[in-house]
Design a protein around this ligand. Structure first.
Ligand SMILES: Cc1cc2nc3c(=O)[nH]c(=O)nc-3n(C[C@H](O)[C@H](O)[C@H](O)COP(=O)(O)OP(=O)(O)OC[C@H]3O[C@@H](n4cnc5c(N)ncnc54)[C@H](O)[C@@H]3O)c2cc1C
Length: 277
């Protein structure tokens, strides 16, 4: 299919829209909490620090790190050895692990921000975040790899709930001037809005659970701009699946350019599901 006229830059060059996968060496890092900030009633930013962050690399906005939590009773934090087949745990015991998006990394001060969505009733990760204090320790591993999504699409569709918010904020921060993004963000209420700085031309529609609004309804009501677009979705598993199907079946979106992930599943403990691979 030929690219529409608006995909072609003023120099006549057609942008390369190939998505690349980059791999990174896997390392386990033991870090210390150096700052805790409550951003909204349901979003907590934890800043981690440590020499172990030397060499940390995260090049994709939707990268994830595995976060390892201490035992809530003993406070013990197990560290794995890394073998050829992945992590090896002392005496076969495993700590609680959950996936989180690495936020801003400062390579000079060796700090890394992670934003925790606080849900009720919380699982172990949320309970840890609720009590997080400076000086406590956390482990992280990864990211193992990054998807490098080109920015040269005519426009970008970014859809998520509180758990997708950190990756969406990262994407908006990296989109260049001249890019266009339509964002659907599900949060509890107006009190959970945060600024989403970007050089791009961004339109954010906030969807409020408090008012029983849903991401799928907001997507169905959206006026789609013309041209090639990349869709990125991360939220509750059934919702992500439904929106993936809607984009492919109703909007004729190019399946190559739809990435939809279940970042959590209603009623069950963490597992990562992706509906585009
Ligand atoms: C690739 C990836 C990146 C992610 N990045 C982030 C991130 O940056 N920030 C972030 O906050 N989360 C992120 N998540 C989601 C996070 O890993 C899950 O929400 C995780 O389940 C939280 O762990 P928990 O121990 O609190 O709850 P769990 O023990 O996993 O689950 C306990 C109960 O809580 C429910 N539950 C889990 N999450 C939610 C939720 N958000 N809202 C309502 N109910 C929920 C479950 O259905 C279950 O019934 C990411 C997930 C993936 C796969």
């Amino acid at each position: 299919m030929p690219l529409p006229a608006e995909s072609i830059s003023s120099t006549g060059a057609v942008p390369d829209l190939t998505i690349q996968r980059v791999r990174h060496p896997l390392r386990f890092r033991l870090l210390e909490v150096c700052r805790v900030d409550r951003l909204t009633p349901h979003l907590l930013r934890v800043t981690l620090q440590g020499d172990a962050l030397d060499g940390f690399v995260s090049t994709g906005f939707d990268d994830h790190v595995k976060v390892f939590f201490p035992d809530p009773v003993t406070g013990e934090l197990l560290a794995p050895a890394l073998g050829d087949d992945g992590p090896i745990w002392p005496e076969g015991k495993r700590p609680v692990m959950r996936d989180y998006t690495p936020g801003q990394f400062d390579p000079v001060n060796l700090t890394l921000q992670i934003d925790f969505a606080l849900h009720q009733p919380g699982g172990p990760a949320t309970c840890w975040a609720e009590q997080a204090q400076v000086g406590q320790r956390l482990g992280i591993a990864g990211p193992k790899g990054s998807f490098m999504v080109p920015t040269g699409f005519n426009w970008h569709l970014l859809v998520g709930d509180d758990t997708g918010l950190p990756a969406i904020a990262r994407r908006l921060a990296e989109l260049p001037a001249g890019a266009r993004a339509e964002v659907l963000m599900e949060v509890d209420s107006h009190a959970d809005h945060i600024p989403l700085p970007s050089l791009a031309d961004v339109n954010v529609v906030w969807v409020h659970r408090e008012q029983h609004q849903s991401l799928l309804d907001a997507l169905a009501q959206m006026r789609m701009p013309s041209g090639h677009f990349f869709s990125w979705i991360a939220c509750e598993s059934a919702q992500a699946k439904a929106m993936h199907a809607f984009l492919i079946n109703e909007c004729r979106a190019n399946p190559k350019w739809v990435r939809a992930s279940g970042y959590w599943r209603k009623g069950s403990m963490a597992s990562y599901e992706s509906f585009d691979r």
